[in-house]
Write a protein of this length. Sequence first.
Length: 342
Amino acid sequence: MFAATRQSSRLARSFSTSARANTRVAVLGAAGGIGQPLSLLLKLNPLVSHLSLYDIRLAAGVAADVGHCNTPSTCVGYGPENDGLKKALEGAEIIIIPAGMPRKPGMTRDDLFNANASIVRDLAQAAAEVAPKARIGIIANPVNSTVPIVAEVFKKAGVYDPKRLFGVTTLDIVRASAFLSGIAGTEPKDTNVPVVVGHSGPTIVPLLSQLPAGKKVVEQGGETLAALVKRIQYGGDEVVKAKDGAGSATLSMAYAGADFTDSLLRAMKGEKGVTLCTYVESPLYKDQGVEFFSSPVELSSEGTVAKIHPVGDLHPTEQKLLEACLPDLKKNIAAGVKFMSA
Ligand code: NAD
Ligand code: LMR
């Protein structure tokens, strides 16, 4: 047997476990920089039974390609013709949306609002019509605003359930883990830094003091701490700059998006206590006018929000970061709501 064949049989065996594989997942924006590797990673997840890949271009090609991976799930691509979007959404239990423009150097995520608000709105309208009970993960930026847009779309359609709508902030947690473990010499998989509030520069607030390796760095303070916090908050800019006009994070985002989706899938499969930081409609800072907020969220056996945990004990420097960014987050949320009321 050729090495590649041997490897692929091993792969197929390792993915054909006894795990229940009965969840249909749709990726909207599946042919993009994130969409392609995300679709590949989802094809490898044994808990996915069917993948619907939608994009305004190239979706059939991506589905044909990904579909050749010898894992049990099926995979179909849809373009906008012949009601492709609705067909892609039929029966979807999880919908992940990376469709939208990425940043170029010099842009903020808010600069993407004009391009991406209507893309996300239109996709959400179709989801509200065809798969109103699906869990929806929003990757498209600016996440702080696109999630409220989806909420408004679902409210207008009379099918809004805040427990089913998530902003995907997992990449911030992945980065915090990578950067802190790089400094502290810890295992990345055991270096879980909660990252709260939202997903843009100052609204990305890592709670380093909540784990031993991070606490050390926080207590030392000085330049190491300042540089680490800045790198976590502006990790996206680091990639945008390095890609030099060719887009933003795609591969690490696909990894993070696959991890986010896996959390929903594991909870739906019956795993108890699955908890992740994600941006949801939240009571935590509602009294300050902030309707959406990211903090540790425990999932139900339906893969929906079961419990929104508070941010926990904060070091004074973290408290300061959190309080300072709430007015920005409030504006981002208001921009999304205003877009839908216009
Ligand atoms: P990309 O340009 O490579 O891909 C976007 C894809 O969306 C393209 O294939 C495009 O055809 C498709 N698309 C555009 N309009 C569509 C529509 N109406 N329906 C379906 N598909 C449509 O961009 P990318 O690098 O994959 O990034 C996508 C988005 O994700 C950007 O907004 C980016 O800022 C965001 N992003 C978010 C995070 C996060 O942490 N949440 C991380 C990285 C990137
Ligand atoms: C990221 O954090 O990498 C994404 O939000 C993309 C970006 O524009 O930085």
